[in-house]
Design a protein around this ligand. Structure first.
Ligand code: NDP
Ligand code: GDR
Length: 351
């Protein structure tokens, strides 16, 4: 009998890689998607259209929403899953300041609704739940690097909602014995990363500049530092967490830190070009050494009301207990994203 999994957020970056991984492992998967006025399933179309997957009924999509309790209840009751991966979220930190209430509802209350549905369907002792927790919980960092014991200090409506979700997982584990694990994942990127997150914004813009489709682009805080990994490696950790005997919470990270400025330099370096920085604050610019042309400017509209300046994860626990380790390093990640965006822009300059 194949295992049955529900994935909320299947149309997102992580959901699409996780769907591939679970299908490879022989799962029957059920993805929850939102109705939208244009297609939002581009990242999983290749799976849905694969005749083998389609004919064998290995992947099914259902309309639903983390704000809709009755729908979650009906789906969980019908599907009777072995595992639920709760990846659905309004996942953009800057946008969460603009839609704070909505973000709290989806990212915070959403997981509570899933637990209520599990309990109402009497699946507390059968189902295993993975919650997409985040390094944004650490926010204003007081310890370097951050591990499972580091205190939280979220700095955005997104981070605060994810903290509610984090504790909801622990409370349901302790109160009702539900197998539920938090993956405290640090930033992870890929060619499928949403286009307004900083890494993908950079690899898209640098590819366009290289092809003569754009002269320059603007960023916000160039000094922010992140521990960037590859999404393909990180979905493996999600699955591993649910294969353990006991549920627990794990940090998933590379342990290596780079600034936004260094990410820009690495993207240009992939093309054999170098960037020199001049000026300070909002007057800082990135100049292409070979041509003397300004390629990067700073625009304060991308600044956040409260910023998370520095994140570096210590994933020793996951490496020991889950036997997890990332395959991609920083250079490998930048190369994978640049290669993909160069091809995308060559094939479709309007992309
Ligand atoms: P994406 O933004 O790429 O995907 C988010 C998914 O959630 C999309 O499928 C989206 O649907 C869906 N979604 C949004 N709102 C709702 C809703 N109201 N009900 C149901 N589904 C909804 O995020 P990622 O794949 O990058 O991240 C996956 C999860 O991991 C998120 O919870 C994120 O917060 C968390 N996370 C991500 C990290 C990262 O670096 N990527 C790090 C740590 C945590 P649609 O396609 O229709 O918009
Ligand atoms: P983050 O990712 O907020 O860490 O959340 P993002 O890529 O948006 O920002 C990373 C850092 O880069 C700075 N920055 C910019 N960010 C964006 N988006 N656009 C810009 O132009 C820009 N210029 C500088 C930001 O200020 C920030 O410091 C991601 C999301 O995937 C969350 O869902 C997840 O929980 C965390 O990672 C871990």
């Amino acid at each position: 009998m194949s295992k049955v999994a529900i994935i909320t957020g299947i149309s997102g970056q992580d959901g699409s890689y996780l769907a591939e991984l679970l299908l490879e492992k022989g799962y029957e998967i059920h993805g929850i998607i939102r109705r939208s006025s244009s297609f939002n399933t581009g990242r999983i179309t290749h799976l849905y259209q694969d005749p083998k997957i389609h004919q064998e009924g290995k992947m099914k999509l259902h309309y639903g929403d983390l704000t809709d309790t009755s729908c979650l209840m009906r789906l969980i009751n019908e599907i009777q899953p072995d595992e639920i991966y709760n990846l659905g979220a309004q996942s953009h930190v800057k946008v969460s300041f603009d839609v704070a209430e909505y973000t709290s509802d989806v990212d915070g209350m959403g997981v509570l609704r899933v637990f209520e549905a599990i309990r109402a369907c009497k699946l507390s002792h059968k189902v295993k739940l993975y919650q997409a927790s985040s390094s944004e919980l650490y926010g204003k960092v007081r310890e370097i690097p951050q591990n499972e014991e580091t205190p939280f200090y979220p700095r955005s409506p997104y981070g605060i909602a994810k903290q509610f979700a984090f504790w909801t997982v622990i409370n349901n584990r302790e109160a009702y014995g539900i197998f539920a694990s938090n993956g405290i994942l640090f930033n992870h990127e890929s060619p499928r990363r949403g286009e307004t997150f900083v890494t993908r914004k950079i690899t898209r813009a640098v590819s366009k500049i290289h092809l003569g489709l754009m002269e320059s682009f603007s960023l916000g805080n160039l000094n922010a530092k992140r521990d960037w990994g590859h999404a393909k490696d990180y979905v493996e950790a999600m699955w591993l967490m649910l294969q353990q005997e006991k549920s627990d919470d794990y940090v998933i990270a590379t342990g290596k830190v780079y600034s936004v400025r260094e990410f820009v330099e690495a993207a240009f370096k992939y093309l054999g070009k170098s960037i020199e920085w001049s000026g300070e604050g909002t007057d800082e610019v990135g100049i292409e050494k070979e041509t003397g042309i300004i390629r990067v400017r700073v625009d304060p509209k991308y600044y956040r009301p409260t910023e998370v300046e520095f994140l570096q994860g210590d994933s020793t626990k996951a490496r020991k207990q889950l036997n997890w380790k990332p395959k991609f390093d920083f250079q490998g990640l930048v190369e994978d994203m640049m290669k993909s965006d160069l091809k995308l822009m060559k094939d479709n300059p309007a992309a």
